[in-house]
Design a protein around this ligand. Structure first.
Ligand SMILES: *[C@@H]1O[C@H](CO)[C@@H](O)[C@H](O)[C@H]1NC(C)=O
Ligand SMILES: *[C@@H]1O[C@H](CO)[C@@H](O)[C@H](O)[C@H]1NC(C)=O
Ligand SMILES: *[C@@H]1O[C@H](CO)[C@@H](O)[C@H](O)[C@H]1NC(C)=O
Ligand SMILES: *[C@@H]1O[C@H](CO)[C@@H](O)[C@H](O)[C@H]1NC(C)=O
Ligand SMILES: *[C@@H]1O[C@H](CO)[C@@H](O)[C@H](O)[C@H]1NC(C)=O
Length: 354
């Protein structure tokens, strides 16, 4: 049997257990890298009888006999059985941090407006198996979007909060696009977002093992440092910036003065540069972990020093600790700067440094 890259098997088991109003859909998904079992919990009271019928129909129907992904829209699963309007986002062909922002903001906007969140079975970027990383509760459908003719399209630039998105009309369906990079979209449901982004077991264990080996002793304060370089070095003309080594030195000094027994964990897309330039006395470099494992490692640190970019942003947010960011992003007067409101982007208690 050849292992296909993506779905080999999707098994649906409906459990009627627990408080009768919830349904648990247990999807067994085997991927090349990470066999995971997901538990997706829908958010609304639904009619179990209808759901069961839909599934039975689905497995019976000839049309879907060879389908590997569930074709929920065609079967009207969810649409008929869950009495709510829908919201989805057009996911970027982009990387982890950006996709996390799109998911979290769509989730927050949905909560604020009593809408149900849709999500595609897989996000467009093939190298990111987003659903398998976390415990996401969004309803999986093929496109992850409401049917176009029934939805209102909302589109804006990357990082300026649109208050109007918090006042949608829940008799309509919505399709969002754009970066949605403001914590204000999910400020009221931060704890739920942290639950959505609880790492899958495989990721969690890989991070725990790394940290256990990296941590000198039990009294250590772990400070994660994320150093984004790579593609940002190529896009400086647009307003992206990469902090100088002096920023990291200042931020490290600050944490060493504030906390005891600091041990640094460095994750980066340019670890060679880091090893040549970041030289505190007590440090471990993460050298060969997948990006998602690096995210988990950083988020398990007590505090985070980010550089620029959404990857470090999420590591900081999930850590719940002190977060330090580089204050000269985006470059003043740049194209990017017109698209960003810093007070919408960073949480108010995060610390800007240079
Ligand atoms: C769906 O909800 C709306 C408003 O909450 C209600 O008026 C309608 O009767 C419900 N429809 C069904 C089929 O339950
Ligand atoms: C929202 O989408 C659902 C599912 O396609 C559909 O039944 C409903 O009529 C749509 N609502 C509106 C207002 O278009
Ligand atoms: C929501 O949309 C419905 C149908 O288009 C409309 O009747 C209603 O007035 C709208 N509600 C608000 C608060 O705009
Ligand atoms: C941890 O710190 C406490 C108080 O500072 C000290 O008593 C204890 O010996 C330390 N333990 C280790 C393993 O360093
Ligand atoms: C950024 O957002 C804050 C808070 O909403 C607002 O007061 C400020 O005017 C905005 N700044 C810009 C440049 O739009």
């Amino acid at each position: 049997m050849t292992l296909q890259r993506n779905y080999i098997l999707i098994v649906f088991i409906l459990l009627l257990s627990l408080p009768g109003c919830y349904i648990y859909i247990n999807r067994l998904k085997v991927t090349e890298h990470m066999p995971t079992i997901h538990l997706i919990k829908t958010m609304k009271k639904i009619n179990l009888k209808n759901i069961k019928t839909s599934y039975r129909e689905m497995f019976k129907s000839k049309e879907h006999k060879n389908t590997k992904k569930p074709v929920l829209e065609k079967l009207n699963f969810g649409f008929n059985n869950i009495n709510c309007s829908y919201i989805g986002v057009q996911y970027f062909r982009s990387r982890l941090g950006n996709i996390m922002f799109q998911y979290a903001s769509t989730f927050g906007i949905a909560r604020e407006n009593n809408l149900c969140v849709l999500m595609p079975e897989s996000v467009p970027r093939k190298s990111i198996d987003f659903r398998s990383y976390f415990h996401l509760s969004a309803i999986p459908t093929n496109t992850g979007l409401p049917i176009a003719s029934q939805s209102v399209s909302l589109k804006k630039g990357c990082c300026i909060f649109q208050n109007s998105y918090m006042q949608l009309n829940n008799t309509r369906n919505y399709t969002l696009s754009g970066g949605l990079q403001s914590y204000k979209y999910f400020n009221n449901v931060q704890n739920e977002i942290r639950k959505e982004f609880k790492f899958s077991k495989t990721v969690d264990e890989a991070a725990n093992i790394f940290l256990r080996n990296a941590t000198p002793n039990l009294n250590t304060t772990l400070v994660g440092i994320h150093i984004r370089r790579g593609d940002f070095l190529k896009h400086e003309e647009q307003g992206f910036v990469v902090p100088h080594v002096s920023y990291f030195n200042n931020a490290m000094k600050y944490t060493q003065e504030k906390f005891t027994n600091v041990h640094f964990i460095v994750c980066s897309d340019d670890i060679k540069w880091c090893k040549e330039n970041i030289k505190p006395t007590s440090v471990t470099f993460s050298e060969s972990n997948e990006a998602i494992v690096d995210m988990a490692i950083l988020s398990k640190c007590n505090h985070v020093i980010m550089s620029t970019g959404t990857f470090g942003w999420w590591a900081g947010f999930l850590s719940r600790g002190t977060v330090i960011y580089y204050k000269h992003w985006p470059r003043k007067g740049s194209r990017l700067a017109a698209d960003v409101n810093i007070s919408d982007y960073y949480l108010p208690d995060w610390i800007p440094m240079d």
